[in-house]
Design a protein. Structure first.
Ligand SMILES: C[S@@+](CC[C@H](N)C(=O)[O-])C[C@H]1O[C@@H](n2cnc3c(N)ncnc32)[C@H](O)[C@@H]1O
Length: 271
């Protein structure tokens, strides 16, 4: 079996094992799900504000800008961020996930009755329409994918799903205290292709400062106007804890980029 299929198989099996009830599925998203769900509203607003800036719409307070957006959530899980997007006024948000069980839980959400869901093979966006979405985003998912080839295939699929000028917005984790050659056993550095048998630790792929260039290059394969934003979690990033799986502190990392360069044109003064 190819590593791409092997990785997808591992991931699918893992999620079907741990998502029987909706509470199990929420537990698989992360500890303290209710608080993660509440803060998703702020993250959704931050993401949409970044899209506003790219479209040079920041001077407007036009709710239709938000309600008319078409969003695709990759690795949607039980629909935590999709629900948050609906809560802040987005009418159209679809989800895609490798796990049938996760999708079934998300489909049952009162917030998501108008949404469509697509089953991913693990390295595509399933039957999600092409050239359709304004924003394709992914939270708490890509850092669980230690296969570079899989992540690249996903970036390509998400690029196809976007309209020209659409934005990708992806959450990862960066470990400033580590380097690509010194990360914990059974975790991948950015350019590695590990199928990950025992996946789902804090991060199965460790983004390090010295791999940021390669990370940007992977996004540059399909996108332009690339932005990288670190959210400082105020941890000690350098204290090494040998007996802990996390081992070193991390910050949240957001990568945003557009399907086609626009930012420079948008900055030009009208003639
Ligand atoms: C930790 S949960 C996060 C769910 C959601 N994004 C959130 O933030 O609440 C990770 C989700 O990513 C999905 N996933 C993991 N690898 C995937 C892949 N290669 N393709 C599609 N979905 C994947 C899992 O099935 C799971 O639902």
């Amino acid at each position: 079996m190819s590593k791409l299929l092997q990785y997808a198989d591992n991931q699918r099996t893992l999620y079907s094992r741990i998502t029987e009830s909706v509470d199990d599925a929420k537990g698989a998203v992360g500890p303290r799900y209710d608080s993660l769900r509440r803060e998703a509203v702020n993250y959704a607003e931050y993401m949409i504000s970044q899209y506003r800036i790219r479209k040079r719409q920041f001077a407007q307070r036009d709710d239709r800008f938000v309600s008319n957006l078409r969003l695709l959530d990759f690795g949607c899980g039980v629909g935590r961020v999709m629900e948050a997007c609906r809560e802040i006024g987005v009418k159209h948000v679809d989800g895609c996930d490798i796990s049938r069980e996760m999708i079934e839980h998300a489909k049952a959400s009162d917030y998501l009755q108008g949404s469509q869901f697509f089953l991913s093979s693990g390295f595509d966006a399933g039957a999600a329409p092409e050239n359709h979405y304004d924003i394709a985003y992914s939270f708490l998912c890509l850092h669980h994918i230690p296969m570079r080839q899989t992540r690249i295939a996903i970036l390509e699929a998400l690029c196809k799903s976007l309209k020209p000028g659409g934005m990708i917005f992806a959450e990862l984790r960066v470990f400033p205290g580590a380097t690509a050659s010194r990360i914990p056993v059974n975790h991948a550095h950015w350019t590695e292709n590990r199928p990950a048998r025992d996946t789902n630790s804090a991060a199965d792929v460790w983004v390090t400062r010295d791999s940021l260039g390669e990370l940007v290059e992977d996004f540059r394969l399909f996108f332009d106007d690339i932005g990288v934003q670190e959210f400082d979690l105020k941890q000690d990033l350098y204290e090494y804890k040998a007996d802990e799986i996390y081992q070193l502190g991390y910050n949240e990392l957001f990568v945003m980029a557009s399907k086609g360069a626009e930012l420079r044109d948008n900055m030009q003064a009208p003639t």
